[in-house]
Design a protein around this ligand. Structure first.
Ligand code: AMP
Length: 354
């Protein structure tokens, strides 16, 4: 879809409503819109409807059989008629893939969201930003502890650790046999040096209206079964032959040692700078740097998300950082709505849509 066609749609909007798919960080996005006085629409599946009916943050619920139905012409027309601005999140990546087929305006930079879904492009973006990244391996090169990942955002399911090529092939075979990954997945495995340290996920916001980078929230993940394994004594761990996995089941809030904020902020500025060269006008709105700080407090960035991440949910109604910055409750969903409102006041809404 050409941007000009989408901007044509936006130019007819008089009362923008905030719409999103009912999952991931929808409660965050919808509550945020309501806190800013905007009307909301939630598109969800029947099985998750109980969530959005229970919290009362969706002024309207549209039921979908499947998330991909969002691309249907009829649904898109309905959304445009209702003056919906779609806020993308992780479920858009996992289930919809190409945002290109959407005529409904989407908040943010679609090209960068596509870069996020391609590991090679992500890597280029982060390397060009002069950040420290974990080394990448081919299966036969594995000579230390590595983490093996698969294409697409899967919430860490099917990931495993390996220490040698033999170990990699053996564990891959077992996962294929158990139906957790496919043979194709094994060929496309992304193998990364495992950095031992503390995980820190930094949610930033780049505001085109205020032309600044803001730190909105920091979290770490609660992952099964890697976070559960420590509750079992080593003797039983060995006997049970447990393979650690990284399925995300939740998140915890984090505050960083203050001096480390300098590294985090510098990284964010540099990622925003490079994003401008990748796809004009660069980053718009929330993004996340997924990092590990090692024992020397070196920051390794292993992923970037070019949209709101679910970990930012820990920042409702505020994180220590958003509170210091705004002096009022502020969180990712609300910050998006605030940006939309500020842009509307300055007649620059189209500058949030690429
Ligand atoms: P990802 O899908 O890349 O976000 O990774 C899922 C989880 O695996 C993360 O939340 C981390 O706990 C862990 N992880 C990923 N990459 C690394 C790495 N290079 N070193 C250490 N842990 C990692």
């Amino acid at each position: 879809m050409e941007r000009s066609e989408i901007l044509e749609v936006v130019s007819n909007y008089k009362n923008v409503k905030i719409a999103t798919l009912g999952s991931h960080s929808a409660l965050n996005i919808l509550r945020g819109a309501k806190d800013e006085g905007l009307k909301t629409i939630c598109l969800c599946r029947e099985r998750e409807r109980i969530i959005y009916d229970s919290f009362g943050v969706a002024d309207e619920v549209i039921e979908l059989k499947d998330y991909s139905e969002l691309l249907n012409k009829k649904i898109q027309e309905e959304l445009i008629e209702k003056e919906a601005l779609l806020i993308p999140h992780g479920t858009f990546n996992a289930y919809i893939g190409k945002l290109d087929e959407l005529k409904v305006p989407v908040f943010g930079n679609r090209v960068l969201m596509e870069w996020e879904m391609d590991r090679e492009k992500q890597r280029k973006w982060l390397t060009d930003s002069n950040l420290k990244l974990p080394r990448v391996y081919k299966p036969e090169e594995i000579d230390r502890l590595v983490i093996v990942k698969y294409p697409g955002a899967r919430g860490g399911s099917g990931y495993f650790l390996a220490t040698s090529p033999e170990d990699f092939y053996e564990k891959s075979k077992e996962l294929v046999m158990r139906g957790i990954i496919s043979k194709e997945d094994v060929k496309n495995a992304f193998i990364q040096e495992y950095i031992i340290g503390t995980n820190v996920y930094l949610t930033f916001f780049y505001s085109p209206v205020l032309n600044r980078v803001e730190l909105i929230a920091v979290d770490r993940r609660y992952e099964s079964n890697v976070d559960g394994i420590g509750r079992i004594p080593a003797k039983e761990q060995l006997k049970a032959k447990i393979n650690v996995t990284y399925t995300v089941t939740g998140n915890f809030p984090v505050v960083l040692r203050e001096s480390l904020l300098a590294k985090a902020l510098r990284a964010a500025y540099s990622v925003v700078e490079v994003s401008k060269k990748i796809a004009y006008p660069g980053m718009v709105g929330p993004f996340c740097l997924e990092t590990v700080f090692d024992e020397k407090a070196e920051m390794y960035v292993f992923e970037i998300s070019a949209r709101i991440v679910a970990g930012s949910n820990v920042g409702i109604p505020y994180s220590p950082y958003s509170y210091v910055l705004f002096g009022e409750p502020m969180y990712a969903g609300r910050r998006i709505a605030r940006e939309v409102k500020m842009a509307l006041e300055k007649s620059m809404l189209e500058e949030l849509i690429y």
